[in-house]
Design a protein around this ligand. Structure first.
Ligand code: UDX
Length: 464
């Protein structure tokens, strides 16, 4: 099928890549001409595992343009996958969705076209998009597009760092639309993914025991609410384990064991029960804020979602408290932050708990030295905090007073911690993700402090 994808961010680009991979002809539209030129040269605008290889694989079926008229008229399906960043009151900024919908209206082709919203928008926005497309069509052409246009919502559940995997091997595909034809078109579009009939790319094997993918069809607003429901539930699952971790610390329990025991109940499930510094990123903070804003619009309070945010944003203070308890003061101390991105396998710094923590440490008079396997170039451009950046473990550790692990990058497990210890002024590790091997670290002389787990080792000053 012929597909247009508006927006070449994480969601749009992943959608374009995976649909091209399963055989569709895709044009990606982005108003950023520099980004378009780079993509057409095979360069990615951000770090995402396998996206570059995939871009090379699908070259013949995917190209990018900054001109709507090159993509919209011939498309049978048009995805809107533009950014919807939060406004100060928590509501999403829909200006990019608006201008995409208007452009679609101006350039709508002759055939039946399904306009699909993949951006996370407040419930009810599908109708708004349809109204905008129709209005722009009327202004440009006079008359109504009538039977040629249908609008659908197709929420995206991909995780950054695993975006292509999640697109090709999703848990479900959700489509909401009032028009049956739209649902049928999208079923056909997704068929290779629903049936898993495509040959997996060599770098992304199909998970074992992967069967057919459930295709859930709903009305428009239910699909829109599913996206918020899924994200808010995952966010509160993490906040719940973080709340329990606070209690675990008081009573002397180990939250990792507690999470394992709780998660083995099939009704609960083991994932997203990893206690630590809390959640960040482009989705959970924004979507929980939008959910609260939607509730307010209808005079409804959503206390569970509110509490999930409150617990989450106070997690960072707990890490500061742990440092204070060990070091007594942070003034003039050099703290190493391992990981700046909001999670591993991405260079995305949006709402990163690591950066929020850095800010708290700086406020307390500490120097913050940051390391990240892939996010440093982006941090140098985007972060305005006065951070020091370290490219190597040695550079990071030299003369520092504590190490805080903020992002669970696998490579941190493999560092030569014993050798590095000698470079520190005080061998203290605060593991904000309960990720490192605390026993092994304390065995080589570190004081190891996690979140909701018993601390190990004693803190001894090293003469450097
Ligand atoms: C999330 C949803 O998972 C995805 O379905 C949706 O489409 C977009 O939002 P993403 O933000 O990419 O994806 O990352 P995710 O893997 O969900 O992690 C979000 C945050 O939660 C990260 O900061 C991560 O470190 C944190 N997290 C995750 C925990 O603190 N504990 C956990 O157990 C899991």
């Amino acid at each position: 099928m012929k597909v247009a994808v508006i927006g070449a961010g994480y969601v749009g680009l992943t959608t374009a890549l995976s649909l091209a991979y399963v055989g569709h002809e895709v044009v990606g539209v982005d108003l950023d001409t520099d980004r378009v030129a780079r993509l057409n040269r095979g360069e990615l605008p951000f770090y995402e595992p396998h996206a570059k290889e995939m871009l090379a694989l699908v070259r013949e079926r995917l190209h990018f343009t900054a001109r709507y008229e090159e993509a919209i008229p011939q498309a049978e399906v048009i995805f809107i996958a533009v950014g919807t960043p939060s406004l100060p009151d928590g509501t999403p900024d829909l200006s990019q969705v608006r201008s995409a919908a208007q452009a679609i209206g101006r350039h709508l082709g002759e055939g039946f076209t399904v306009v699909v919203n993949k951006s996370t928008v407040p419930v009810g926005s599908g109708n708004y998009v349809e109204a905008l497309v129709r209005r722009a069509f009327r202004e440009a052409h006079g008359g109504e597009p009538d039977g040629r246009l249908a609008v659908a919502s197709n929420p995206e559940f991909l995780r950054e760092g695993q975006a292509l995997h999640d697109s090709l091997y999703p848990d479900r595909v959700v489509v909401g639309a009032e028009d049956r034809r739209a649902i049928e078109v999208l079923r056909e579009l997704y068929e290779p993914i629903l049936e898993q009939s495509f040959a997996p790319p060599p770098f992304l094997p199909r998970p074992e025991r992967m069967g057919a993918v459930p295709f859930l069809t709903t009305d428009l607003v239910s699909a829109e609410l599913i996206k918020y429901g899924a994200n808010a539930f995952l966010a509160l699952k993490i906040s719940f384990i973080n709340e329990l971790a606070r209690l675990a610390e008081k009573v002397g329990a180990d939250i990792r064991e507690v999470a394992r025991g709780v998660g083995l109940d099939h009704r609960i499930g083991p994932r997203f029960l990893q206690a630590g510094l809390g959640w960040g990123g482009s989705c959970f903070p924004k979507d929980t804020a939008a959910l609260l804003a939607m509730g307010r619009e209808y005079g409804l309070s959503l206390p569970i979602t509110e509490a999930a945010r409150e617990v989450n944003f106070s997690q960072r203070n707990l890490i500061v408290d742990k440092l204070l308890a060990e070091l007594k003061t942070l003034k003039g101390k050099t703290i190493i932050l391992l990981g700046l991105a909001f999670k591993p396998h991405t260079d995305d710094l949006r709402e990163s708990p690591a950066l929020a923590l850095a800010e708290l440490l700086l406020e307390r008079g500490a120097f913050v030295r940051a390391h990240d396997p892939v996010a440093l170039p982006r941090a140098r451009q985007e972060v305005t905090l006065p951070l020091e950046y370290a490219e190597t473990p040695e550079e990071a550790f030299q003369g520092a007073d504590a190490v805080v692990l903020a992002t669970d990058w696998p490579e941190y497990r493999t560092w030569h911690w014993e050798r590095l210890r000698g470079l520190l002024r005080t061998p203290l590790v605060v593991d904000g993700r309960n990720f490192l091997d605390g026993k092994a670290l304390s065995a080589v002389g570190y004081r190891y402090v996690g979140v909701g787990i018993p601390a190990l080792g004693i803190l001894s000053k090293v003469e450097v």
